[in-house]
Structure formats: structure tokens, C-alpha cells
Design a protein around this ligand. Structure first.
Ligand code: 13P
Length: 284
């Protein structure tokens, strides 16, 4: 079916008390892996690209890939700009045909975050394209940027004001996750999440889910998370698959051979996470 937006997908998730998995894709095999996983599990799915991925091949390239995959599929698929770093990039993604946009003003002051988020929300509204925003700082290595320790957890009262002032349709919260892998076991501030949920009605988003124990992800979903982002572990899965083939047979020159292995590893990982998020069987 044609690409859909994340609006109904996330509303359904919120009402059904599950989360939709959002997977960062970087090449055609990763797109194929994610769509196969979604089809096999009858799950709605979000594929997303960061600014550095967009820089690698271009918004139109990823749109073409994901659109082709979605049109062959029977499950709802959305293409989301992850960590949109500027108003300009958000507008390019909108014009290209992305069906969901994130504007990440979390590195700005509270006031400037509100201003840039509102401007993107206003520009996307006529096309009914939903906008995810971020408040607080999710640390770690996010895209090409080092987010550091991510000291700024989301303040519930600020979150309430932020959503009210901007009209953002979903909100990424900082509750102790970080992008990339963790040195120890991450401790999520689940109480804070519940406090945010009490005062913010839009769907909440968990970034930095690679390396977060499945039980902690499920607990965050029980407390209001409706979208869970995975990037690093997809990269690892893909690379493991490719390395596996090349280590066993260094003379392999057919990209389809090691690409298929990468794809299968990513597919297995995505299926596991879809089941954990509770979105398996929720394609409607
Ligand atoms: P990870 O790389 O930790 O999975 O984070 C993904 C993410 O939040 C993308 O926005």
C-alpha cells in the first residue's frame, strides 16, 4: 500500500498500549529486511533516516527504496526523518515525500527549541504530516554528533508547556537512554516517564533503544511510550551478517551473497524487537 503517516499508527499504539518499532535504515538490504519482518509479523512499521544517512545517498533515494517496499507490502509503512537538524532539512524531507518528520531542537535553549519546533509543525500542518520533537537531552553518539552524557532529563512540566506551545504530535523524552551501546546496564527513570505521561497527551517516543533490556522497554511502553527507535543494533546485525560470509569465504565477490546474509541478520533482530514492542499482529 502507499506510504502512510505515523499519525494513526501512533494513536492506535497509544490506545492499544503497545509501541511501533522505528528502525533506522541505511541501505536497500536493511529496507528489505525491515519490510520482510513487518510482513511476516503483520506489524505496522516506521523506517527512518538520520541527517548523516540522508547525506550519504539523498532523501529521494531513501524515499524511492522505502516507497517501493511499502507498495509491495500489505502492512502500513511510514518513512520518518529522524533527528531533523534544521528547519531547512525538515522542509526538504516534507517536499520529498517523507510521511513523518522529526525536528530535534533539543540542543537549543527551551525557547529556541519551541520556536524551531513550532515553525516545522506549522509548515507540516497543511499536508497533515506529523511532527516529532525532542525535549531534554538523550546522550551518546547520535548520528554524527556526540551528545555527551545526556545530563538533561525531560522535565514533566516543561514537557507539558512545550507540547502546548508547539503543537508537536509526538514527543521524544530523555529518561536515561543514550544513542549507541551502553557500558553498563542503562537505568531508565520510569517514574519520570509516568509523570510526563500524566501531563502530556501526545504519543511519547523512546530513543536510544539499542542495548536497553527488553523488559525495560516493555515497562516504558506500559508507562506511555508508543514508538521505540533502534539504530545501532541494526548496524551491528547487518555487519555481522556480511562479516560472517566474508570470513567464511573471503573470495566471495557477489554483493547479493553477503547482502542477503546482512539482511537475514537484520530481519531476525527486527522481528524480535517487534514482538517485544507488542506491534506484531497490529497491522490494520
Ligand atoms: P540507538 O542507536 O541507540 O538504537 O538509537 C536509535 C535512535 O534513537 C535513533 O533516533
Amino acid at each position: 500500500m502507499p506510504l502512510v503517516t505515523t499519525k494513526k499508527m501512533l494513536k492506535d499504539a497509544q490506545e492499544g498500549h503497545y509501541a511501533v518499532g522505528a528502525f533506522n535504515v541505511e541501505n536497500m538490504e536493511m529496507v528489505m529486511a525491515v519490510i520482510e519482518a513487518a510482513e511476516e509479523l503483520q506489524s505496522p512499521v516506521i523506517m527512518q533516516t538520520t541527517p548523516s544517512t540522508v547525506k550519504y545517498a539523498g532523501l529521494d533515494y531513501y524515499l524511492a527504496n522505502v516507497k517501493a517496499a511499502a507498495e509491495r507490502a500489505k502492512v502500513p509503512v511510514a518513512l520518518h526523518l529522524d533527528h531533523g537538524s534544521s528547519y531547512g532539512l525538515a522542509m526538504q524531507a516534507l517536499r520529498t515525500g517523507y510521511t513523518s518528520i522529526m525536528i530535534d531542537g533539543s540542543h537549543e535553549s527551551f525557547e529556541n527549541n519551541i520556536a524551531v519546533t513550532k515553525s516545522v509543525v506549522d509548515a507540516c500542518a497543511p499536508s497533515s504530516i506529523p511532527v516529532e520533537a525532542e525535549l531534554g537531552r538523550v546522550g551518546g553518539k547520535e548520528d554524527d554528533l556526540d551528545g555527551g552524557e545526556g545530563n538533561g532529563y525531560t522535565d514533566p512540566e516543561q514537557a507539558r508547556v512545550f507540547v502546548e506551545c508547539t503543537g508537536a504530535t509526538s514527543l521524544a523524552v530523555a529518561i536515561g537512554t543514550a544513542h549507541g551501546l551502553y557500558k553498563g546496564e542503562p537505568k531508565l527513570d520510569q517514574e519520570r516517564l509516568s509523570e510526563i505521561r500524566k501531563v502530556v497527551s501526545v504519543p511519547l517516543v523512546l530513543h536510544g533503544a539499542s542495548g536497553v533490556p527488553d523488559e525495560a522497554v516493555r515497562e516504558s511502553i506500559r508507562r506511555g511510550i508508543c514508538k521505540v527507535n533502534y539504530a545501532t543494533e541494526l548496524r551491528i546485525a547487518y555487519s555481522d551478517g556480511v562479516k560472517d560470509v566474508l570470513n567464511r569465504n573471503p573470495d566471495t565477490i557477489d554483493p547479493k551473497k553477503y547482502g542477503t546474509a546482512g539482511k537475514e541478520h537484520v530481519k531476525a533482530f527486527v522481528m524480535e524487537k517487534m514482538k517485544n514492542c507488542g506491534c506484531a499482529g497490529k497491522a490494520v
